[in-house]
Design a protein around this ligand. Structure first.
Ligand code: PMP
Length: 365
């Protein structure tokens, strides 16, 4: 279709055309087009793809059970003891009554809000909230108000005027594109003044921050989180997304959440691996400490470090320049980030060596 070709040509002219590549992962390194690079674009924050853990895991696997798929929705025949044990452990990890696991963090964020809200409700979310949550808002009939990124005064202004049956404030503890951190203490203070539920996406904090990697919110005095979202696709190096919540909310989700009801259950192998990693979380402290050393070398607030360049073409050129020096950092462009803020996004991992990160610092100056 001509229109489609025009859209693609326009993306090409603006330096925004995306391509899929064949990438193989070897711990801290990736191979692309036959060349090896230090991978700065992975969410494997604890370096689990570079560990002996995988071998240890497979030694204990029972191959009589079919492990590769669970070809049915959880509400049909896709549910299993693996799910129930994993959900129980996640709930305990975060100190919640219960938890619900779905196919991915994206399915989670796009599924929860439409399931629990009606047109009498209001969702108030940070401007930089992840696309999956924005899609969840679009699929819900609730009203949406957005506050300026991490701007607590703007959030308070909205809350002062808010009038709805259910008010849900949503933000991320570690932001996916800027690596900065939500003002959680200030949000706890707002909870004393206003009546709202709090939805916190800890996708990039779980595994890295907090006691045993349980995320950022647990250590914030007085903060009440009603919906704590995590993904298995980052520090867990696995697959799946979850929300820790109350029993009642879980029951509502089981009955209303379309991305749970109408989607195939996760393969047993992923559930078992997630559980295996969760049980190891407490033993991975040395990796977290090494990661924090790398973060401080780069002067970051978290393991996600944006290197903002501005124009798409310049960002692509810088990415290529770094590739020629052995580092792979994918260029992040509009619409993932606002126009004029194209960037390289460095994701640090416990698998990186101090020397690699020192060399990166030297290269980017
Ligand atoms: N929330 C945030 C903040 C994310 O960055 C992402 C992934 N980019 C997700 C949710 C979605 O998680 P998943 O990759 O498991 O679908």
């Amino acid at each position: 279709m001509l229109r489609d070709a025009e859209i693609l040509a326009e993306l090409g002219r603006g330096g925004s055309l995306r391509k899929l590549r064949d990438v193989r992962v070897y711990g801290a390194f990736i191979e692309v087009g036959g060349e090896k690079y230090v991978n700065l674009s992975s969410n494997d924050y604890l370096g689990l793809s570079d560990s002996e853990l995988q071998k240890e895991f497979f030694e204990k696997v029972d191959f009589d059970e079919f492990l590769m798929s669970n070809p049915s929705s959880r509400l049909m025949t896709g549910n299993s003891l693996d799910y129930m044990i994993l959900e129980g452990e996640i709930a305990q990890f975060h100190g919640f009554e219960t938890a619900l696991v779905v196919g991915s963090g994206f399915l989670l964020n796009s599924g929860v809000l439409p399931a629990i809200t009606t047109n009498k409700d209001l969702i108030v979310c940070d401007k930089f909230m992840h696309a999956s949550l924005i899609d969840g808002v679009r699929l819900s009939s609730a009203r949406l108000e957005r506050f300026r990124h991490n701007d607590i005064e703007h959030l308070e202004c909205i809350l002062q005027k808010a009038d709805a049956e259910r008010i849900i404030v949503a933000t991320e503890s570690v932001f996916s594109m800027d690596g900065d951190i939500a003002p959680l203490r200030e949000i706890a203070a707002l909870q004393k003044k206003y009546d709202f539920e709090f939805y916190l996406d800890e996708a990039h904090a779980v595994g890295v921050f907090g006691r045993n990697g349980c995320g950022m919110s647990a250590a914030v005095e007085g903060l009440r989180v009603d919906y704590l979202v995590g993904t298995m696709g980052k520090a867990f190096c696995s697959q799946g997304g979850y929300v820790a919540c109350s029993y009642q909310i879980k029951e509502l989700l089981i009955n209303k959440m379309r991305t749970l009801i109408y989607s195939t259950a996760l393969p047993p192998i992923s559930l078992k691996w997630s559980l295996f990693v969760l049980e190891k979380m407490g033993d991975l402290q040395a990796r977290r400490e090494h990661l924090f050393e790398l973060i401080s070398l780069m002067g970051g607030e978290s393991q996600i470090i944006p290197y903002i360049i501005g124009f798409n073409e310049d960002t692509l050129a810088k990415a290529k320049w770094l590739q020629e020096r052995g580092f792979w950092a994918t260029a992040i462009r509009q619409p993932t980030v606002p126009a004029g803020t194209s960037r390289l996004r460095f994701s640090l991992s416990a698998t990186h060596s101090t020397e690699q990160i020192k060399e990166l610092c030297r290269l980017i100056g």
